[in-house]
Design a protein around this ligand. Structure first.
Ligand code: GSH
Length: 342
């Protein structure tokens, strides 16, 4: 068979790109987002500012749970974890900014909703953190549950699902409240501290993290109710299947590595594994990567550099007291599940 047919050409593209240590997006078919990313040489990611999930470190480098997912994406696309730019954007601004092409993906605690999928035109990768909406109230109110907040003034962040859920909650309980809608995060927190509002409501991930930023954390109580389901997932603009699948399988690689017990520490030992699925996953057997147009070492490099899902969780969220809960592997009673790597 001549080496000039499509198969031969694809193999040569694969070999060249693998030598460069990069994913081989063009080998199957690159979408517009990937084209743009490769031309730019970096992935643009919209993030928030919640400790544990995303925070700029003292060296100016972003750190956190979602940041590590962005680093994993950078490895999937470029073979290294530093071809990614993180930019803070308010919950109000970030979906329009994504739609306008200012970001390639949001890793900012965006909740998957049917309106965002159908009416607003976004696609979502796998849920990476199962969350729920909570309320943080001033202790001096003396309340222990959300239902006791009848007549309270509650701060909500504009553009969030929380803005809508809190109205549903009070409507369903027959109680009243006065919403104070605030876009800016510092102003949102300041409103609670100054007593302008009695309580604020947001994803529990956000409130637990932001509690650390309040001057007197002990003055506030996180009420026990979770008012909603907030499955937080990477968000991209709808209509770019190739980019969506790269996001999907990057997250699945983190989850699958944890399921197999493959960590940043022991991944090299797994290169000796006799398990054909692990050989395909780590690129010891290159057939799968070649078939889909990925650098055979993409998953290996992700795990080696960033760790598996559990390691990321341990590194950033366990120190804040987060237990795994729903964010545990399906095989350990949680909801995290990766489809087969075959
Ligand atoms: N999950 C909600 C809320 C998203 C949200 O507001 N996330 C937090 C981070 S978990 C945030 O960005 N807060 C503003 C900030 O961190 O500056 C939604 O999708 O509407």
């Amino acid at each position: 068979m001549s080496n000039n047919n499509i198969f031969g050409r694809t193999l040569r593209v694969l070999a060249t790109a693998a030598a460069l240590g990069a994913l081989v997006p063009g080998a199957v078919s690159a979408g517009p987002t990937l084209d743009r990313i490769q031309e730019r040489g970096a992935i643009k990611v919209g993030v928030g500012t919640t400790p544990g999930f995303f925070s700029p470190g003292s060296d100016g480098k972003w750190q956190g749970f979602f940041i590590d997912i962005g680093r994993a994406l950078s490895i999937a696309v470029f073979g290294s974890d530093d071809k990614v730019e993180f930019t803070n954007s308010s919950p109000q601004q970030r979906l329009p900014a994504l739609q306008a092409g200012e970001f390639d993906v949001l890793l900012s605690g965006v909740t998957v909703t049917i309106t965002r999928a159908f009416q607003l035109g976004f696609h979502f990768g796998p849920t990476v953190f199962y969350d729920g909406q909570a309320i943080l109230a001033r202790k001096e109110l003396g309340v222990g549950t959300a239902a006791e907040l009848d007549g309270a003034t509650i701060g909500v962040q504009s553009g969030t699902t929380g803005e809508l859920n809190i109205a549903d909650f009070f409507r369903s309980t027959g109680k009243s409240f006065t919403p104070v809608t605030i876009e800016d995060t510092s102003e949102f927190l300041a409103a609670l501290e100054s007593g302008r509002v009695d309580a604020i409501t947001q994803d529990s991930s956000d409130l637990v993290g932001k509690l650390q930023q309040l001057k007197q954390p002990d003055d506030y109580i996180l009420l026990p109710e979770r008012l909603s389901k907030e499955p937080l997932a990477p968000a991209i603009v709808a209509g770019d299947d190739r980019w969506l699948e790269i996001v999907n399988w990057t997250v699945y690689a983190l989850i699958q590595a944890e399921e197999w017990g493959i960590t940043s520490q022991n991944v090299d030992e797994f290169l000796e594994s006799d398990d054909p699925a692990i050989q395909r996953f780590l690129g010891v057997d290159t057939s799968l990567a070649e078939a889909i147009g990925f650098d055979p070492k993409w998953a290996y490099t992700i795990v080696k550099t960033v760790g598996n899902y559990g390691e990321i969780y341990e590194r950033h969220l366990a120190p804040l007291g987060w237990e795994r809960g729903y964010n545990q592997l399906w095989s350990k009673g949680g909801l995290l599940y990766a489809p087969p790597f075959r």
